[in-house]
Design a binder for this molecule. Structure first.
Ligand code: B12
Length: 221
């Protein structure tokens, strides 16, 4: 079986030892971490999503798979952080929106941004709109990245846009949205500067928004 398929299988089976060991194997073989995460682990998580939706598995199994994926991704994170240079960095304030505890995708976006030279302030998950505002004031980031995985929580994104307007911060910071239910048209409609459908796309869009090179199809938002 090829390595990416084994990585996906390990996530599906919720085998944390195996995700860690396969991540190490991928690094030893010189496989690109970004590709390994997206084509290996993330594919496994997609299948878990499908099985959950068709009621073939239940929440505890999703949690176990999520933990296995996180453990594997962490191996790549350590590796990528070790390769960082000292150049001044553009800053990104990142978080999963209010009411939403899904942070696997956001954490992958974080790793990809960090490994592409951004300094990321991670506010974590279930982040109230007011916290984003406070942190923008405190940290003055170049960009805000917001993730939402539920239709019931993405409704807080326009609230964040409004709060930024009202506090006079909107012109000082760019905003990029993502997460499975978020669409580029919607991001555009609520006035965001960019949208990324994957972590790789997030990096391209982020670079464009802060004036570094890079572009992607999510730019249109
Ligand atoms: C794993 C998972 C969980 C885990 C989360 C663990 C964790 N730490 O994240 C647990 C078990 C805790 C969980 C809980 C719940 N979940 Co859940 N969960 C999922 C599942 C199966 C996978 C999500 C995932 O991690 N995908 C893999 C990652 C890699 O993909 P991603 O998040 O999309 O991220 C990628 C891109 O979107 C993008 N991206 C992500 N963020 C950002 C941000 C920016 C700025 C950019 C540019 C890009 C970007 O890049 C990422 C990498 O490529 C989905 C099903 C699905 N199909 O999505 C349901 C799903 C999201 N969950 C759902 C539900 C309903 C729940 C619960 C309410 C369950 C319940 N009934 O009790 C609770 C919610 C609690 C809460 N308040 O948030 C629903 C949401 C439905 C809706 N309303 O829209 C889904 C769709 C399943 C379903 N069909 O019912 N869940």
């Amino acid at each position: 079986m090829d390595l990416f398929k084994e990585m996906a299988k390990a996530v599906i089976e919720g085998d944390e030892e195996q995700t860690v060991s396969l991540a190490k194997e991928a690094l030893a073989k010189g496989v690109d971490p970004t590709e390994a995460i997206e084509k290996g682990f993330a594919e496994g998580m997609k299948e878990i999503g499908r099985l959950f939706e068709t009621l073939e598995i239940f929440l505890p199994q999703v949690i176990i798979s999520a933990e296995a994926m996180t453990a594997g991704v962490e191996i790549f994170r350590h590796y990528l952080l070790g390769k960082e240079g000292d150049i001044p960095k553009k800053t990104v304030l990142l978080g999963t929106i209010q009411g939403d505890v899904h942070d696997i995708g956001k954490n992958i976006v974080k790793i990809m941004l960090e490994s592409n030279g951004f300094k990321v302030y991670d506010l974590g998950r279930d982040v109230p709109v007011s916290n984003f505002i406070e942190k923008v004031k405190e940290l003055n980031p170049d960009l805000i990245g917001v993730s939402a995985l539920m239709t019931t929580t993405m409704v807080h994104m326009p609230k964040l846009m409004e709060a930024l307007q009202e506090s006079g911060l909107r012109t000082k910071v760019k905003i990029m949205l993502g997460g499975a239910p978020v669409l580029p048209e919607w991001a555009k409609k609520i006035g965001a500067d960019g949208y990324g459908e994957s972590a790789m796309e997030a990096v391209r869009v982020a670079k464009r928004l802060v004036g570094l090179q890079g572009e992607g199809k999510g730019d249109k938002a």
